[in-house]
Write a protein that binds this ligand. Structure first.
Ligand code: UD1
Length: 419
């Protein structure tokens, strides 16, 4: 099992080009199943989750080549509709393939995704939405079998009880080649959904309203291949910004997604960290000790503060001057990183969905284990600002979402090595 050995205390400084977005590349890769032709995805991040997605495509009959940031996917020969158990277990977001497989094959078999890192992550909204679109669903022996008796889903009016990102994406993927119009009310508005829709429109889909809470999809007969560039990863951007803020350095994020990162930046600015935006770049500079954030930091669906950036911001605030309070409203088990931060000397008290972070003067290196993707990244942020050496194990979590993590951090002057 690999680990990162991180020696803290160096100010991070420099420029980086942001990687492509993990959370949009996964549904876009699923979407290539619908295209009758070759898709070329540029700026596709090189991540273990992307490799898992390509293994799913291969086992369904696609040809998929990943090389130096490009994915070339040919779905002409798709014939399978079942995702094997071991691939379902490799990546929980394999559930995202359901809508696309249904759209292409009219049938799909998946297993219920296994143990979950962020608490219970049910798929009831996904299944209820598919049922509304004419899909018969049965569940036995841990397998979910979905079948559309007529072979093609029909449009439906679907009102989500919560703006779930994955459900919104799954409905869109199933609806683009369905018969008739699908309307999603209370749709999620995350930028990655807009990225998915931009890709699908380039393949010939008819979708309106993405980025708003009402999305209308008019089913078309078929989609064609295209070349598409995946948006930069706003959460990786937030992570490197938090790292700079925590270590007191200076960072220029090139090809940043500025408006998409705004909900994170507007909160971080309250710490006194200097953030300047120009020419599609974000410039971050930390001078004195960060101030705690006075208002409660509430994670909310976009355009609220992103749950995926909660842990990395917390790591920057553990040595801030004063007390900051987090409220996690999206997932019920998203403070699993706090035990490691406490082991490093942080003063954090978790009570249900609230975490109270009292700033301390210093934190120290420790032997810790990544608990999940963003929690693991948060531990690396803390380790880089700590005194001494941290051994961070279970880094396969970090590899799921950060491309060449140690290379990027080293290029900014951070002392990190993989062992
Ligand atoms: C996606 C992102 C993840 C991000 C999250 C919220 C990807 C690959 N992952 O996850 O990084 O943290 O959005 O921004 O894009 N829920 C149900 N029933 C369902 C579906 C969801 O109760 O059928 C609940 C979940 O348990 C959770 C909440 O809805 O409490 C939000 O989940 P959702 O928006 O669906 O997140 P994901 O798509 O899993």
């Amino acid at each position: 099992m690999q680990k990162f050995v991180i020696s803290g205390g160096n100010r991070l400084s420099g420029e980086i080009n942001l990687q492509g977005s993990k959370n949009s590349s996964l549904p876009i890769i699923a979407g290539t199943l619908l295209a009758d032709g070759e898709c070329v995805l540029k700026n596709c991040p090189v991540l273990s989750d992307v490799y898992s997605a390509s293994r799913i495509l291969n086992c369904l009959g696609c040809k998929c080549q990943l090389s130096s940031g490009n994915a070339v996917i040919d779905s002409i020969g798709v014939s399978g509709f079942e995702i094997p158990d071991e691939l379902m277990r490799e990546m929980r977001s394999s559930i995202m393939f359901m809508g696309a497989i249904l759209g292409r094959m009219g049938e799909c078999i998946v297993s219920i995704p296994g143990g979950c890192e962020l608490g219970s992550r049910p798929i009831d909204m996904h299944l209820a939405s598919f049922r509304k679109m004419g899909v018969d669903i049965s569940d036995s022996g841990g397998k979910i079998h979905c079948r559309i008796p007529s072979g093609k889903a029909h449009g439906a009016k679907i009102s989500l009880s919560f703006p779930s990102v994955g459900t919104t994406e799954n409905i869109i993927l199933c609806a683009v080649t369905a018969k008739g119009d699908t309307i999603i009310n209370n749709a999620a508005r995350e930028p990655e959904i807009c990225d998915l829709c931009r890709f699908l429109r380039k393949c010939g889909a008819d979708i309106k309203g993405d980025g708003e809470s009402r999305i209308v999809i008019r089913g078309v007969k078929k989609l064609h291949g295209c070349e598409y560039t995946i948006m930069p990863d706003r959460i990786a951007g937030a992570t490197y910004i938090a790292m700079t803020a925590a270590t007191g350095g200076e960072l220029i994020l090139k090809n940043a997604c500025i408006s998409e990162t705004e909900p994170f930046i507007s909160v971080l600015e309250q710490t006194g960290c200097g953030i300047y935006i120009a020419d599609n770049r974000i410039y971050v500079r930390k001078g004195a000790r960060l101030h705690a954030i006075k208002d409660r930091i509430r994670t909310m669906p976009h355009p609220g503060f992103p749950t995926d950036a909660q842990a990395v911001l917390m790591s920057a605030l553990i040595t801030a001057d004063g007390t900051s309070v987090f409220e996690e409203n999206i997932f019920d088990c998203r403070y699993r990183h706090t035990d490691a931060l406490i082991k490093m000397g942080a003063d954090i008290q978790v009570m249900g969905k609230v975490a109270v972070v009292r700033g301390v003067n210093k934190i120290y290196g420790a032997d810790i284990e990544a608990t999940d993707l963003r929690g693991g990244a948060a531990m690396a942020v803390a380790a880089l600002s700590a005194e001494g050496t941290t051994n961070l194990s279970n880094i396969y979590h970090i590899d799921r979402g950060y491309e060449k993590f140690e290379e990027v951090v080293s290029s900014l002057g951070g002392k990190i090595r993989r062992e």
